[in-house]
Design a protein around this ligand. Structure first.
Ligand code: PLP
Length: 396
C-alpha cells in the first residue's frame, strides 16, 4: 500500500515482559514437569464476582429479552442510575461531585489511552517505574516525556520539587496507590502536586484504580479531596480492582466542569470525543456496576479486598522479618521489593523460579527505575500465598 502509518508506533518501547515471563516459565515446566509453581505475578483479580453483582447482571439480561424492558443504545455518558451511584460513592469519601461530571466507560485503561485525543502535544511528566499505558499512549501521539524517578530515597513517591526544571503547561500522570510499587501519596504530597499543577498551568491525570485498597486515613481516596484539584485534575477510576470487573469491563472518568484550558472546557471536549467515538457500556454491565456500589455490593467487595490484603500482609510481614526494603502491601495488592544483594530484576526472577518455583514480575518491565526491584502480588489464593511465604522464608 501507499498509505502512511503512524511512525510514532516505532518509538514504543517493546516490552516483551509478559511473553518473556511466560516462555521462561514454560521452559522450566517442561524441564521440571512435577514442580509446583506458585504464580505471584498476577496483575488480575482471582476471586469471583459477588452474588449481588451477578444477580443484577442476570436480571438486566432478562429485561433485555422482554419487549417492554428491552433497551437499545445506552446514554453515551452512562445511565443516570450508575452516574448517581458513583456520585454517592464520592459523597461517602467526603467529596461532593456533580453527576454530570462522571463519564462511564468500559474501563480505566481505555480512558487513560483515549484522553490524549483531546489534548495537544504538551510536555508530559510521568513517574518511573509506572503502569505502561501512560508512556505508550503519549509515545503513540508523539509527545515528549519527562520522567520523574521513584527511588528508595523517595519511597517511590516522586515529588515536583525533584524536577530539575519547572515545566509549564504540562500533563502529569499520577497513579496512587501505584501499580507496580503499591506506594501511595498522602494528602500533603498530593497537595504538592496539585499546587505545582496550579502554579504551572498543568493538568493532572489521576489514576485511582486501587482506591478501594486504601486503609490509612492519611491517604486520599480521590484527588478531589485536595483543594484546587477541581481546576487542574481529571480522575480515572475503575470497577476492575474494586469489584473484580477485569472481565466485565466498567470504569469512569471524572472531569470537573470547572476544568478550563484557556477558554476551552476540558469536559466539553471529552463529551464530544466520547459522543463521536464511543457508544457506551452495555446495560447489564452498568446494572452490575451499580449493584457493586449498593450497600450489599460494597460489603461483598470489601470482603474480597480484605482477603487480598491478608495475602499482602503475609508477604510484607516476611520482608519486615528479613529486613528487606519494600513499598506497598498496605494500601495496595502489590508488594514492590528490592532484590537482595544488588541482584538485577531478571536475575532475581530466574533465581526465584529455579530455586523456589515462585513467579513474580521483574521491576524493569515497568521502567528503568525498576531494574533492581521485583513485584509480588496478593491476588493469589491464601493457601498459595502461605506456601510461597514458607518457601521465601527459607530462600531469602
Ligand atoms: C488494573 C489497572 C487499571 C484498570 O484498568 P481497567 O481497564 O479498568 O481494567 C487502571 N490503572 C492501573 C494502574 C491498573 O493497574
Amino acid at each position: 500500500m501507499k498509505i502512511k502509518t503512524n511512525v510514532n508506533f516505532g518509538n514504543i518501547r517493546q516490552t516483551y515482559l509478559f511473553s518473556e515471563i511466560g516462555s521462561r516459565v514454560r521452559a522450566y515446566e517442561n524441564a521440571n514437569p512435577d514442580a509446583k509453581i506458585i504464580r505471584m505475578g498476577i496483575g488480575d483479580v482471582t476471586l469471583p464476582l459477588p452474588k449481588t453483582v451477578t444477580d443484577a447482571m442476570i436480571k438486566a439480561c432478562e429485561e433485555m429479552g422482554v419487549r417492554e424492558t428491552f433497551r437499545g443504545y445506552p446514554p453515551e455518558y452512562g445511565y443516570a442510575f450508575l452516574r448517581e451511584a458513583i456520585a454517592v460513592h464520592y459523597r461517602s469519601l467526603g467529596v461532593e461531585v456533580d453527576t454530570d461530571t462522571i463519564f462511564v466507560s468500559d474501563g480505566a485503561k481505555s480512558d487513560l489511552g483515549n484522553i490524549v485525543d483531546i489534548l495537544g502535544n504538551n510536555p508530559v511528566i510521568i513517574p518511573d517505574p509506572v503502569y505502561p499505558v501512560y508512556v505508550d499512549s503519549n509515545t503513540m501521539s508523539g509527545n515528549s516525556i519527562t520522567y520523574i524517578n521513584g527511588t528508595k530515597e523517595n519511597g517511590f513517591l516522586p515529588l515536583p520539587s525533584e524536577l530539575t526544571e519547572q515545566i509549564e503547561g504540562s500533563v502529569i500522570y499520577l497513579c496512587s496507590p501505584n501499580n507496580p510499587t503499591g506506594a501511595s501519596y498522602d494528602k500533603d504530597s498530593l497537595k504538592a502536586w496539585v499546587d505545582y499543577a496550579l502554579k504551572t498551568g498543568s493538568l493532572i491525570i489521576y489514576d485511582s484504580a486501587y482506591e478501594a485498597f486504601i486503609s490509612r486515613d492519611s491517604i486520599p481516596h480521590t484527588i478531589f479531596e485536595i483543594e484546587g484539584a477541581d481546576i487542574c485534575a481529571i480522575e480515572i477510576c475503575s470497577f476492575s480492582k474494586f469489584a473484580g470487573f477485569t472481565g466485565v469491563r466498567c470504569g469512569w472518568t471524572l472531569i470537573p466542569s470547572s476544568l478550563m484550558a484557556g477558554d476551552v472546557s476540558i469536559m466539553a471536549l471529552w463529551k464530544r470525543r466520547q459522543a463521536t467515538k464511543f457508544n457506551g457500556v452495555s446495560y447489564p454491565v452498568q446494572r452490575a456496576a451499580a449493584a457493586a456500589l449498593s450497600k450489599e455490593g460494597i460489603s461483598a467487595c470489601e470482603s474480597n479486598i480484605a482477603y487480598y490484603k491478608e495475602n499482602a500482609r503475609l508477604i510484607t510481614e516476611l520482608l519486615d522479618e528479613k529486613g528487606i526494603f519494600y513499598t506497598g502491601g498496605k494500601n495496595s495488592p502489590y508488594v514492590w521489593m528490592e532484590c537482595p544483594e544488588g541482584c538485577g530484576s531478571w536475575e532475581f526472577f530466574d533465581r526465584l523460579l529455579n530455586e523456589v518455583q515462585i513467579v513474580g514480575t521483574p521491576g524493569e518491565g515497568f521502567g528503568k527505575g525498576g531494574d533492581r526491584y521485583f513485584r509480588l502480588t496478593a491476588f493469589g489464593s491464601l493457601e498459595n500465598t502461605k506456601e510461597a511465604v514458607r518457601r521465601l522464608k527459607e530462600f531469602l
